[in-house]
Design a protein around this ligand. Structure first.
Ligand code: SF4
Length: 378
């Protein structure tokens, strides 16, 4: 059922899935799958005295396996799918002369803000589900057949940088007629650190391990989703025709990187240029929207992250100051540098998925229309 625990004063409801998570692990009738977001890997180490920005992705996988989790995946794979779909949507709208900018949809706090403060913009928010939701839907679809054989129900938990992801997971668009959901529980980075400590796991001593197949291959474009500018950069890598290393290098210097609240970039596309804005922090988003609405600024694509700095500084992550954010950003850009696959479309898992389980299910599994609200409920 719901993972909810009520605070003793009754003032707030905190959805804490820790118990549900352990119950699932000890329940033999369940297949427990865990995915963890890009930003988590460069922040969790803070809780265990590691250098700020240390990438602990491999240790997270190792620790989850020790705890008895059946399958461990990296949400970066979901980010790759988001890049594929969002790029397709953008190019289609751009070529058709549709109303732009297209706003990104992976930050649920931004989506919720737009719904309340700017309902006029909701139709311009990408219809792609967030990487977490896309990936959970794909995981559930993948294990459907296995489930018929082994009878185990698949439950998906996601380790995420914020509590906004908990609100996203229970939105009516993602809860289906039979009560099932894309994601069954969301655990924040801080909650995960507590779980590790409670379980007596000596995180420092865990040997790094690789994520499971068939979803274990991810791209550098996907991993930078965790830092402001990363989604825009990943989409640019996908849409530009020039796939050279030189272009890859140039994209990094277009203006999408860095901790400033509002950034601008422009890239050549077709016979013209695509104008991009990247904002982090909702106050900055508000400023940008105002400029767009009074006609002082014009963009084709706008990335919005509610947290200053992006998910690396999400409210569910160990707290950090500016230097810490920069270390975390560097941790993700270093992970990108070490990835053999730089672009989402070059990830072999994409080809397998699009030629396989996604064949007739792209819309159903990967998209949502927020502006249609209840109509989405299946
Ligand atoms: Fe969550 Fe903040 Fe990332 Fe938005 S930017 S998804 S609120 S951590």
């Amino acid at each position: 059922g719901q993972c909810a625990s009520v605070c003793p004063t009754g003032a707030i409801v905190i959805r804490n899935c820790t118990q549900k998570f352990w119950d699932a692990i000890y329940d033999d009738s369940k297949r427990v799958v865990v995915q963890f977001a890009p930003a988590v890997r460069v922040a969790l180490g803070d809780e265990f005295g590691l250098e700020p920005g240390t990438n602990v992705a491999g240790k997270i996988v190792g620790a989850l396996r020790k705890m008895g989790v059946d399958e461990v995946y990296d949400t970066t794979m979901g980010a790759d799918l988001t890049v594929m779909e969002e790029s397709k949507e953008f190019v289609k709208k751009y070529k058709a002369g549709a109303k732009l900018p297209l706003f990104t949809s992976c930050c649920p706090a931004w989506v919720k803000y737009a719904e309340h403060a700017h309902p006029e913009l909701v139709e311009q928010i990408s219809t792609c589900k967030s990487p977490m939701q896309i990936f959970s839907a794909v995981i559930k679809e993948h294990f459907k057949q296995v489930q018929e054989v082994d009878g185990k129900e698949t439950v998906v938990f996601a380790i995420m940088p914020c509590t906004a992801k908990k609100d996203e997971q229970v939105r009516p668009e993602f809860v289906y007629g039979d009560g099932s959901r894309d994601t069954d529980g969301v655990i924040t980075t801080q909650e995960f650190a507590s779980i590790l400590k409670q379980a007596g796991i000596v995180f420092e001593d865990i040997d790094p391990e690789a994520a499971d197949m068939p979803f274990g291959i991810t791209s550098g474009a996907g991993v930078i989703f965790g830092v402001t500018g990363g989604v825009a950069e990943a989409v640019i890598r996908r849409v530009v025709d020039d796939k050279s290393n030189n272009m890859l290098h140039n994209i990094a210097y277009t203006g999408v990187r860095g901790m400033e609240g509002i950034k601008e970039a422009s890239i050549p596309y077709g016979s013209g240029r695509v104008k991009i804005a990247v904002v982090n922090g909702l106050a900055n988003a508000e400023k940008l929207i105002e400029q767009i609405e009074i006609g002082e600024a014009e963009y084709d694509f706008v990335e919005v992250m509610a947290c200053p700095g992006g998910c690396i500084a999400g409210a569910g992550q160990p707290f950090t100051r500016r230097e810490g954010k920069e270390e975390r950003a560097k941790g993700l850009y270093d992970a990108d540098k070490l990835s053999q696959v730089k672009r989402s479309e070059e990830n072999p898992v994409m080809m397998a998925l699009y030629g396989g389980i996604l064949k007739n299910k792209i819309h159903e599994l990967l998209h949502v229309n927020y502006y249609k609200g209840e109509e989405n409920v299946k």
